[in-house]
Design a binder for this molecule. Structure first.
Ligand SMILES: O=C(O)C(=O)C[C@]1(C(=O)O)C=C[C@@H](O)C=C1
Length: 257
């Protein structure tokens, strides 16, 4: 585990995130899927207060938990269930994280910004009734965002190991601000934001057989992309990077427990 390796992982996750957003943008907003107390058919065992999307994520995570998804430290569910066994054969996943800090995560914040702020920027108004397909693509977005942002734990572990003396001093004095400053690289953040914006242009254009496929094309206005590149830039600028940094700081604060 080194800084180059963890950054390669984050770079690859960008592809997953941009593609999952493109998939979600295929569907209209489908608001009823997100409303509390929404009633679809006979209420067979449904908990009140759950929106359809919430129920979909909860139940999907349960089956994925059984299948062993959360045996890997890199995956953190949004809802903790008490599924006692896994269907998957046991596998010795590598343990790279410090045990007392390994469960640090910001899934609640991810859930909040995804549904309240990002989704309205992503999906057009409308309702086509395809709630299951829509919720499935929400789940894909949430899982990709969660994996990327909570990967801040690994980034923090690498940074800690690379500069133990300075980090140890700041962790001991619980100096959050100084930790934040020490782990920040504005140059790197700028590279990441401009790269994801470009990925949204490259992955989100219509591919035809005539003409070159270039991002600098004069004819490609923002509206011709499947997901607006500026929305993807904003996603990273306002939520993904700041939350990753919060994960890093929280992880470090528990690194000496
Ligand atoms: O690459 C790093 O060094 C990270 O800590 C990751 C990240 C990011 O979220 O992309 C976060 C903080 C740094 O300022 C730069 C980038």
């Amino acid at each position: 585990l080194g800084l180059d390796t963890v950054r390669e992982f984050l770079t690859r996750e960008e592809d997953t995130i941009v593609f999952s957003l493109i998939e979600r943008a295929k569907h209209p907003l489908n608001l009823p899927a997100y409303q509390d107390h929404a009633c679809f058919g006979p209420s067979s065992g449904r908990r009140r207060n759950d929106s359809f999307a919430e129920l979909f994520v909860r139940e999907s995570e349960e089956i994925q938990a059984k299948a062993g998804r959360y045996q890997s430290q890199g995956e953190i569910p949004f809802f903790h269930s008490r599924v006692p066994f896994t269907l998957a054969p046991p596998y010795n996943f590598t343990i790279d994280l410090y045990p007392a800090a390994a469960s640090v995560n910001v899934n609640d914040a991810i859930w909040g910004f995804y549904f309240n702020e990002l989704l309205p920027l992503l999906a057009k108004n409308g309702d086509d009734g395809n709630y299951a397909v829509t919720a499935a693509s929400d789940l894909a977005c949430l899982q990709a965002l969660s994996r990327r942002i909570n990967y801040g734990r690994y980034v923090a572990e690498v940074k800690f190991r690379g500069d133990q003396q300075r980090y140890t001093a700041l962790i001991s004095s619980k100096d959050k601000d100084a930790l934040m400053t020490l782990l920040t690289s504005e140059t790197q953040e700028d590279v990441v934001k401009r790269r994801v914006e470009k990925k949204a242009m490259v992955f989100g254009q219509d591919v035809t057989l005539d003409g070159p496929t270039e991002t600098g094309d004069k004819n490609t206005s923002q509206s011709s992309f499947k997901v607006s590149p500026s929305v993807v830039y904003k996603l990273y600028d306002q939520w993904v990077i700041p939350l990753t940094k919060n994960v890093e700081v929280e992880y470090l604060l528990h690194r000496l427990d």
